[in-house]
Ligand binder design. Sequence first.
Ligand SMILES: [Zn+2]
Length: 205
Amino acid sequence: MGLDEVDRKILKELQTDGRASFRELSSRIKVSTPTVSSRVQTMTDNGLIKGYSVLLDADMLGQISVATLLEAKPSDIDRVVNRIKDEEIVRQIHVLSDSRVLCVLSFYDQKRYQSFVQSLSNIAEIHRIDNSMILRTAKELPRASLTDETGLLIKCYYCGHMIKDEGVKIKLDGKTHYLCCGVCAKLYKEKYEKMKQAAIGAAVA
Ligand SMILES: [Zn+2]
C-alpha cells in the first residue's frame, strides 16, 4: 500500500480543489479516469482521505480566534481532550510532547468564550491555562504535506520497508500506525510504549 507519484498528484490536486471531478483530475495529471477513480477509492478505503470540506475565511466571518495552551499530567491528557473535543468553539486540538495541549478556539461572542474558559477552570486535571488571541494567521495550510517523500508515509513504521499488500494497521492513542507484518507490529508496539514511558518520565522529572 505505497503512495506513488500518481497518488501524490491526485492528492495535491484534491487538496487545492476538492471538487475536481475524476475526469478533470484525469486530464490534469494525465492518467485515465478509471485510474483516478480506483486510486481515490483505495485512499478513501484505507483512511488516508478523511473527507472533503469547504475552506472558509474565518476573518471574513468576523470571528475571533484564540490559541489556548493547557497543561495536565500526561496520564490525564486523554481525559482533558475528551472533555473539550466536542465543543463547537474548539476548532483544533494538538496534543504536544511536553504534557501540553494546544487548542485553537474560534467564536463571535465574548460571553461564549468566557464561559468556555470558565468550564476549563472547572476541569480539575488541567493545572495551567494560557490564552493568547490570534491577531492574524500568516499561513494556514492543511497539515498533511504532499512532498515527494510522501511515499514514506506508508512505509513500515518499524523496519522502513514499503508495505506491500495490506500490511498491518494498529491504533495507538487514536492514531493509525502502519506496519508491514505482524512481527514489525509487535516490535513497534513495544518500542512505542517504551518511548512513551520515557517521554512521560522526562516530563515528570
Ligand atoms: Zn516492517
